[in-house]
Structures are given as structure tokens and as C-alpha cells.
Write a protein that binds this ligand. Structure first.
Ligand code: SF4
Length: 238
């Protein structure tokens, strides 16, 4: 009886490289023709990034930014946000949608951060192993691997791939991920698909590709630079 791999995501990546050598590297090279080589630079401070990312769950960036601005205007300090009644906080961030769910998540994230670091500073995550940092973040109610990976990748340059709807769709169409891969599997598989130094570029390129050529309903495959290796176009693509 064949033994099951202890790490199915790694086993997938190894198998993919054996069956379709150089696929991820070729895809990145093709996408670089369109999007260049974006260099990592820090965005927001980590706690602001975490709160903004919670606010952006299931809504547009514009709505999330509006809600974040309202939150900062009403509560000048993170301590005030943590101590605010859920209903008041939810009313303040309602422009971001799902406010009744996001308010307790934000409060829980701030509480966990304060209990861990004594302040509202997430910089301790930078000293942790990437998967340990991800596990610390995902232990907070309402924070999944995508939100955790966004904080780690964008704030600290730690090579964790946030798998949003665009990354998932493009990856599955090309065949970088199994068609029925769960989001948890997808996050783990991406750890093994590209070298750590390529993770940021891969994430930015896949997002841009999913918003452009690889549209959910009408992908423009004829002008896509990875057509030759995409299983959406040719199920026997190498
Ligand atoms: S060939 Fe089409 S489906 Fe494949 S990645 Fe390009 S746009 Fe998406």
C-alpha cells in the first residue's frame, strides 16, 4: 500500500515539477513580460495592515479604505478601538460591509497583539518562523491564511503567498494548483512552487493577471503570454 505524504502540498509541488518541469518559472517569466519585476516595499505599519485587511474581507479596497479612515477618525488610538463597544465599532466601520462580523475580529486582533507584545505592535512576528507567525495570526478568530499572509508578505517581506480569488483562479486554470484544491492547501502549495525571493513578484503578477487578462468570465487568452503552458487553453499543455 503506497504511503501517504506527510506534507501533501509539498508532494503536489514535487509531482508537478516532475510532470511539468519549469512550469512556475515559465509562468513568472511570461507574466514579467506584462508586469515587470515589482520590488517589495513596505506599505502600512503592521497593525494598520492587519486591521485594513480584516476590513477588506468580502468587499472592495475602496470600501475598506473608507471604513479604515472612519475608524481612525473616531478612535485616535488602538486602545480606544479595543475598548470600544462592538456595536459602536460596527457602526463606525459599516461602510466596509459585514461590520457586525468585522468589529469583533478587529477587537480580537488588537487584544491578542496587546497580550503578546504589551502594546499594539506586531513587529515581533518578523522574528518568528514564517509558518509559526502565520499560525499565531490565524489563531485569532476571523483571521485566515490569506489575511495572515498579506500581513507577513507586505509588512515584513516574508515569503507567504496570500491566495485571493485572482491568485486561486489563475493558478488553477494554468494547473499550478489542483482544480479542487482548498484554500488551505493552496496557501501551503504555493510555499513550494517558487523560491522565497520570487513570492512577492508572483503574488503581485497573479493578482494583476487575474484582474486583467485572466478575467473570471472572459479571459483574453489569445494575448496572454502563458498560453502555451495553460491547461485552461489546452488540457495537454506541458
Ligand atoms: S491563457 Fe487564458 S486562462 Fe490561461 S492564464 Fe492566460 S488568460 Fe488565464
Amino acid at each position: 500500500m503506497p504511503r501517504r505524504s506527510a506534507d501533501p502540498a509539498r508532494a503536489w509541488a514535487v509531482s508537478l515539477e516532475r510532470r511539468r518541469p519549469g512550469l512556475a518559472a515559465d509562468v513568472l517569466a511570461g507574466l514579467a513580460e506584462l508586469y515587470g519585476h515589482p520590488a517589495w516595499k513596505p506599505r502600512l505599519d503592521p497593525i494598520s495592515e492587519l486591521v485594513t485587511t480584516i476590513l477588506s474581507q468580502n468587499t472592495s479596497d475602496t470600501n475598506a479604505e473608507r471604513a479604515f479612515a472612519a475608524l481612525r477618525a473616531r478612535y485616535p488610538s488602538w486602545g480606544e478601538v479595543e475598548r470600544a463597544p462592538v456595536r459602536s465599532l460596527a457602526a463606525t466601520i459599516r461602510s466596509g460591509g459585514l461590520a457586525a462580523q468585522k468589529a469583533p475580529r478587529i477587537k480580537a486582533a488588537l487584544r491578542a497583539t496587546r497580550l503578546q507584545s504589551g502594546t499594539y505592535d506586531l513587529n515581533f512576528l518578523a522574528a518568528m518562523e514564517p509558518l509559526a507567525a502565520r499560525a499565531w495570526l490565524t489563531a485569532i478568530p476571523g483571521i485566515g491564511p490569506k489575511t495572515a499572509s498579506i500581513v507577513m508578505l507586505f509588512c515584513f517581506g516574508v515569503p507567504l503567498m496570500p491566495v485571493d480569488t485572482h491568485v486561486e483562479r489563475v493558478s488553477k486554470r494554468i494547473g499550478l494548483l489542483p482544480p479542487k484544491a482548498s484554500l488551505a492547501f493552496a496557501h501551503d502549495a504555493w510555499l513550494h512552487l517558487v523560491p522565497p525571493e520570487a513570492m512577492y513578484e508572483a503574488h503581485v503578477a497573479l493578482i494583476r493577471h487575474g484582474r486583467g487578462h485572466c478575467d473570471a468570465l472572459r479571459p483574453t487568452c489569445a494575448t496572454c503570454p502563458v498560453t502555451q503552458r495553460c491547461r485552461f487553453v489546452n488540457r495537454r499543455a506541458p
